[in-house]
Structure formats: structure tokens, C-alpha cells
Ligand binder design. Structure first.
Ligand code: KG4
Ligand code: ZN
Length: 363
């Protein structure tokens, strides 16, 4: 049983700087270890959490500029750490373990948080846990949905990823399917940018789509019959339809946004069917799916995936809106899970200092 109490999580893999502190209330707590049912034994809570967004800075460029993101992390880390300690009412010496995103993401941005985490690990002589950003996006859903159990399917729909994984009781991520080109969030962002909209494009396109109830525009869902995703064709078709505006709509951007959503939903639901069938054939029983990443905030997508999954025998779980986009809670909580898991060893001393950053997932 772990005697540790405070787990710090640091997230700087893209343009959001985030810290959080998870407080364990004691007891064994890892998914799969507690009662062999994948029960997380979530015996704790987040006691401090903060995110500093750079959306306004990158909005003027229509997307994240990696070097600007790294430099802003450097400017924000120390004040956000101090704020986190003050909010939790503890001193740094009370932190028992630190976890940090070491991939996937923008390497320059990850290095900033990683170096800070190494400094804390060294100065406080505490273990350092490298945390996979994508795994953390899925695991944090357990904080919002205590009935969720491992193993589950994880559909990640973010600015950088559109992947389906099977996540085992020991947190192993098995890739089921992935996009062969653009991620869904990336397609949202590029279509919004092409129509003169802001970054991030997802919320912008969603609110545009909500201004009308139907559209004659129709885009063909890509790669039908294939387990993998593709969104580059949908992006190009959307921008072409916007430029041509064959129906001379005064609100062509709303029509493109609605048709984009309809096509994205058709594609997501088809790939989920493939994904669950493949996972069941390979790994056996799967009855839950977690949908995470920034695009999981989208109301139409939430509704469509929930309705589609029921007849498949899949319960669908979404993180809260705060936990859908990048946040420190997901890193702090996953650090706690890793620390209480028998299958993961922490890094200490020289090993911690040599921890590297990775732009992509290990394949
Ligand atoms: O997970 P996230 O915060 O960052 C990473 O990519 O890791 O996701 C950001 C993405 C952006 O592409 C953004 O446009 C998209 O999530 N997004 C949305 C919505 N809110 C954010 N996409 C569709 N609908 C939304 N409401
Ligand atoms: Zn993310």
C-alpha cells in the first residue's frame, strides 16, 4: 500500500501550461489491482488545478506556433506552480511524487515542463513518472465517472490525434485504428481558418453549425469499410464548397460547418463499430468506451456517439469539459495510478535526469 499523499502533475505538451495536485486518501488504488475488476479505487481528489491558455496568442496565427508555445511555458511555469501550492495549502516539500507529460506532443514545449519536473524531482528527492499524454486523457475520465472500469476502448479525438486504443487493466495501450492523415481537431481548425474563423476552430464551427437546422451540402464519409480514419479529404471538400458556394448562401460558413459535422459524425460512428468488433475479436469482452481529447467537447459528437454505441453494447464515458482539453488533473491522477500500480516503476536520480521527450506515440 502506498503511503504517498500528494501527486503533482505537469502538462506542457502543446500550448496550455497546466499544473494540478492530486491528494490520495490512502489505500491501494490502481486500476485492476484493487479488486481485479478494473476498479480504480479512486480514493482521492484534485486539491489544486490551474491552466494558462495561450489560445489568444496563437489565434492570430491560425494555429499553434511551436517556438512561441515553448517560450510562453517558460514564462508561466513558476507562477502557476506557486499558485498550485497556495491553492492546495501545502509546501513543495510535501509533494510525494511528480508526473510530467513526456509525449506525444511538441518536443520543445514538452522539454520545458520536463526540465521543471526534473528539477523538482532532484531538489525534493522524489520519484518522477513519465506520463503518456494520450493515456492521461483517457484515464482522467475515471475521475468524472467513478463507475468506469478498465479495460476499455479509448477514442481520442484531439488536435493531434484521432486514434482508437484498447487499454488493458495494466494500462497497456493497444492501437486499434488511427487517422492516416489529418486529426479530426486539425481538420476543424483548418476549415475554420480557411473560412476566416479563429483558432481553435472546433468551438467556432460548432456554434456556426448550430445556427441552422439543415443543409443541402453533403460530404462523403472517407475510407468507408476501412478501420482507419482520414479527414484530409473532408477538409479539402469543405473548403472547396465554401469557396464555390454553389447555392449562393449568405451564410455559407454555417452550411459548411453543419455538413462538416454530419460527415465527421458518420465517419466516427462507422469507425467505432469497426473498432469495437476488432477489439472484441482480439482481446475479448469490451463494454465501455472513453471518448477524450478537445473534440470530445462537441455536443453533436457526444450525442451521436452515445446513441450509436448503445446498440453495440458499449457504455460511453466522456470527461467533464474541463478534463476534455489539456489540463494538469489528467497528469496528476495518472501519476497516482502509476504509483499505485504494481506494473510501473518510477524514475529516480540519474534515471530521472535522463528522461527524454517524444513527439509521437511509440508504435
Ligand atoms: O486535446 P486538445 O485540447 O489538444 C490537443 O490537441 O492535444 O484538443 C484541441 C482540439 C483543437 O483542434 C480544437 O479545435 C478542438 O480540440 N476542439 C473542438 C471543440 N473544442 C475544442 N472541436 C470540436 N468541437 C468543440 N467544441
Ligand atoms: Zn491533449
Amino acid at each position: 500500500m502506498s503511503t504517498k499523499q500528494y501527486y503533482l502533475g505537469i502538462e506542457t505538451s502543446c500550448d496550455d501550461t497546466a499544473f494540478a495536485l492530486y491528494r490520495s486518501h490512502g489505500g491501494a488504488g490502481s486500476a485492476g489491482n484493487t479488486d481485479n475488476t478494473g476498479n480504480t479505487g479512486n480514493t482521492g481528489n484534485i486539491v489544486a488545478s490551474g491552466v494558462i491558455s495561450q489560445d489568444e496568442i496563437h489565434s492570430q496565427y491560425g494555429g499553434v506556433v511551436p517556438e512561441i508555445a515553448s517560450r510562453n511555458h517558460i514564462l508561466k511555469l513558476q507562477s502557476l506552480f506557486a499558485r498550485t501550492m497556495a491553492e492546495a495549502g501545502i509546501t513543495p516539500s510535501q509533494i510525494d511524487a511528480v508526473g510530467v507529460t513526456n509525449g506525444p506532443g511538441l518536443v520543445g514545449s514538452i522539454f520545458v515542463g520536463l526540465s521543471y519536473a526534473k528539477g523538482l524531482s532532484y531538489a525534493l528527492n522524489i520519484p518522477l513518472y513519465p506520463i503518456n499524454h494520450i493515456l492521461a486523457h483517457a484515464m482522467v475520465t475515471m475521475l468524472d465517472n467513478p463507475s468506469l472500469r478498465l479495460p476499455f476502448l479509448s477514442l481520442v479525438i484531439s488536435g493531434g490525434h484521432t486514434h482508437i486504443f484498447y487499454i488493458s487493466e495494466s494500462y497497456e495501450m493497444h492501437l486499434i485504428s488511427r487517422t492516416i492523415d489529418d486529426a479530426l481537431g486539425e481538420a476543424f481548425d483548418k476549415v475554420a481558418k480557411g473560412m476566416g474563423g479563429p483558432y481553435p476552430g472546433g468551438p467556432y464551427l460548432e456554434s456556426l453549425a448550430n445556427t441552422i437546422s439543415s443543409t443541402p451540402l453533403k460530404f462523403t464519409p472517407p475510407m468507408r469499410g476501412n478501420k482507419d480514419f482520414s479527414f484530409s479529404g473532408l477538409k479539402t471538400a469543405s473548403l472547396l464548397a465554401y469557396q464555390k458556394n454553389e447555392h449562393s448562401f449568405s451564410n455559407i460558413d454555417a452550411h459548411v460547418a453543419l455538413a462538416f459535422h454530419q460527415c465527421a459524425v458518420a465517419s466516427l460512428t462507422e469507425k467505432v463499430t469497426h473498432g469495437v468488433n476488432l477489439a472484441r475479436a482480439t482481446y475479448g469482452h469490451v463494454s465501455s468506451m472513453v471518448v477524450s481529447g478537445g473534440v470530445a467537447c462537441n455536443g453533436r459528437i457526444i450525442q451521436a456517439l452515445t446513441a450509436h454505441s448503445k446498440p453495440l453494447g458499449l457504455d460511453v464515458f466522456f470527461p467533464s469539459p474541463y478534463h476534455s482539453t489539456d489540463n494538469g488533473d489528467m497528469i496528476a491522477y495518472t501519476t497516482y495510478l502509476m504509483d499505485t500500480s504494481k506494473s510501473v516503476a518510477p524514475l529516480m536520480g540519474g534515471d530521472a535526469m535522463e528522461l527524454n521527450a517524444y513527439s509521437s506515440l511509440p508504435s
